[in-house]
Design a protein around this ligand. Structure first.
Ligand code: AHR
Length: 649
């Protein structure tokens, strides 16, 4: 404190710099910066996972599609169209499937010389072409499960090929598979002969009855090819990886609870094992979850990203904010359900001789995953929640005392609800990590930068979902530079309070153009393009410029700033949330010279990125030097400056 007063005194005695502002950086560490401060939240909303991160290019590959909002209409044909057809019929059947979890398959009857072509058009392609966007010269892994009757085994075959909608070939080879009387997976690699909007055409020809299921098409170049689910898209992985997340929260969000908790809550056990035996579910946001990115793939993804897993499980009730009349699990049901959570922890961390550890090992990962957290409940509150949370978290703590349980504090930033949640938590669960969620108007963020200054330091906070919201334009909230800078201003407050706010993540993470459930989102994509919003760059710049400790700093005027350090290096973050250019003097306690590489994010307040202009708002490099402790830089209007200063040798 004395030190900070001294810093402020120096600030007052500085020569007149009325045209600008001065940032004074002390040398004392205030507290360590939480090493887990910046992470990600992955939920299958906006086709983020199926149709997004998951490398599967076909939609409804196993004919299980359901329409959650119209359950009477199970849309099992979705994304499939009939092409050429001669002396043949095709129906969907569920008489003798590959596995009971995956009941529906395609049944084709071929009369002599028969031919039936079905084509899948994927998730909508890219903005220009439609279909599945394939690239000339790129190879694709194709597979399907096939079976036939005795006659088909002698006289029928199945061909797969990339084609245009008129049936013209778009690939250099079109593999043909024979038919056996038992279900069998067949695979091949095909190469696109053109860059085009394609369909995957599956053609059964000959004579007899042929069954087809689990038709899959994935780019050969992808991450996690050897994961049972098949892996994830390289370009989206790269976007996530360049955020350097220290954790990954998954799978929800509302996705964890389902529409009715007893009927279709996310069941992690149905998301592991062989992919053809996983049970698909329609998720809360209306899409189908194939579970191709299930809990095994999630843990593997965390490893690839160098991020700690933060799995979320439901707490036996829906999020009350959804106001769906769905009775919570009874306390007896809750006690029984606790075993599912223990089994998940065993799946992740158990020795390969344990029941669930052996399932993980059989999937390809004998070593345990580094699981340290479990979140129980999403955005819940009130006694119905806390009584169930107590039962569930007690069991976890009893069996796995090293796991930190994460307790929900509801879906709002202010008011009685969150006050009551905190009162309950401080009284009954002070050791647990508290999951706050809030989506607020952009201007709320800079005016609440000090939110955590007076939080007691004992119970720690996980800001598990947040984003600055601009007014809706058309049917979307735009991801503007202004919103991003409001978040940046707020994040300087998170850094300054990272002795209590130990984790934070923006939400939602990903959105496929054309499948939008929620805006704004951090990253937008279609089949073959991807761009980050200004908020993406804010998250990236903060994450890339983390320090080990918070340093004392003071700044006059209206700028928002935080300064951290690691050894002799200093990381400075300054936000100018005004329409004026602000000359900034940086004064460090280091009397020698320092040079700095900086990144500046700036533009007009309402600038956004788009498929047409993906980097309209993107950081630009700048250099800064301090001589004898002092340096200067101009902050453009509406800007974030992030600088790493190191002593010159
Ligand atoms: O991030 C989108 C949704 O917002 C999440 O599913 C839910 O937790 C919150 O209401």
């Amino acid at each position: 404190m004395k030190r900070l007063l001294a810093v402020m005194l120096v600030l007052m005695l500085l020569p007149v710099l009325s045209a600008g502002e001065t940032l004074i950086i002390g040398s004392e560490a205030v507290h360590p910066v939480s090493p887990t401060l910046y992470g990600l939240f992955l939920e299958d909303i906006n086709c983020a996972v199926d149709g997004g991160l998951y490398a599967e290019l076909l939609r409804n590959r196993s004919f299980e599609n359901q329409n959650l909002w119209n359950p009477g209409h199970a849309d099992h044909w979705e994304a499939w169209r009939t092409g050429l057809q001669k002396n043949a019929t095709a129906v969907l059947e569920d008489i003798s499937p590959i596995h009971e979890n995956n009941p529906t398959y395609l049944h084709v009857e071929l009369e002599s010389g028969g031919l039936m072509r079905l084509q899948n058009q994927g998730f909508g392609g890219n903005a220009l072409r439609g279909g599945i966007a394939v690239t000339q010269g790129e190879s694709y892994d194709v597979s399907l499960w096939v079976r036939g009757d005795e006659e088909a085994a002698q006289e029928a075959a199945v061909e797969v090929a990339l084609r245009d909608v008129a049936g013209n070939s778009l690939c250099t080879e079109a593999p043909v598979f024979s038919v056996t009387e038992e279900w069998r997976k067949v695979e091949a690699v095909i190469t696109a002969s053109e860059s085009a909007g394609a369909v995957l055409a599956v053609t059964a020809a000959g004579k007899g009855a042929v069954d087809i299921d689990m038709v899959s098409l994935m780019p050969s170049r992808r991450v996690g090819k050897d994961w049972p689910g098949g892996g994830i898209r390289q370009d989206l992985f790269d976007m996530l990886s360049s955020l350097h997340p220290s954790f990954l929260r998954f799978p929800g969000g509302c996705v964890v609870e389902g529409t009715y908790v007893r009927e279709n809550a996310y069941d992690w056990k149905q998301s592991v094992g062989s992919v053809e035996k996983r049970r698909e579910i329609a998720n809360t946001w209306g899409g189908m979850q194939t579970m191709g990115v299930g809990f095994y793939e999630y843990f593997c993804l965390c490893e690839e990203l160098g991020a700690l897993p933060v799995p979320v499980v439901h707490a036996g009730l829906l999020c009350q904010a959804r106001d769906v009349k769905d009775p919570p699990l009874t306390m007896d049901e809750t006690k029984a359900y606790a075993q599912d959570i223990l089994d998940l922890i065993e799946f992740a961390t158990g020795d390969k001789d344990t029941a669930w550890g052996s399932v993980r090992a059989s999937m390809g990962h004998p070593q345990p995953f580094d699981l340290r957290f479990v979140a129980i409940g999403n955005e819940n509150w009130g006694s119905a929640y806390f009584s169930r949370y107590e039962v569930l978290s007690d069991r976890v703590k009893e069996v796995y005392p090293y796991i930190t349980c994460i307790v929900a504090a509801g879906p709002v930033a202010e008011g009685n609800l969150i006050r009551d949640s905190w009162a309950q938590i401080r009284r009954f669960f002070p050791e647990d990590l508290v999951d706050e969620h809030y989506y607020m108007d952009s201007s709320w963020f800079p005016s609440h930068v000090q939110r955590y200054d007076n939080y007691p330091r004992t119970t720690k906070v996980f800001l598990g979902e947040f984003a600055a919201h601009e007014p809706v334009q058309g049917n979307r909230r735009p991801g503007t530079l202004y919103a991003a800078l409001c978040e940046a201003a707020y994040m300087t407050g998170l850094e300054k309070n990272s002795d209590v706010v130990v984790m934070s993540c923006y939400a939602p993470l990903l959105a496929r153009e054309g499948s939008v459930d929620w805006t704004p989102d951090l990253i937008w994509f279609d089949d073959d393009s991807v761009f980050g919003t200004p908020s993406y760059y804010v998250q990236k710049l903060f994450s890339e410029h983390r320090g080990d400790v918070l340093l004392e700093s003071a700044c006059d005027g209206d700028l928002f700033q935080s300064v951290t350090g690691s050894g002799e290096e200093i990381q400075v973050k300054v936000v100018n949330l005004s329409e004026n250019t602000v000359p900034l003097t940086i004064q460090t306690a280091f009397s020698g010279n320092m040079s700095g590489k900086g990144l500046m994010l700036s533009g007009e307040k309402n600038h956004v990125n788009s498929f047409a202009k993906p980097e309209k708002v993107a950081p630009e490099e700048i250099s800064i030097r301090t001589e004898n402790g002092t340096g200067s830089v101009e902050l453009p209007p509406w800007s974030l400056l992030v600088v790493r200063l190191v002593p010159e040798i």
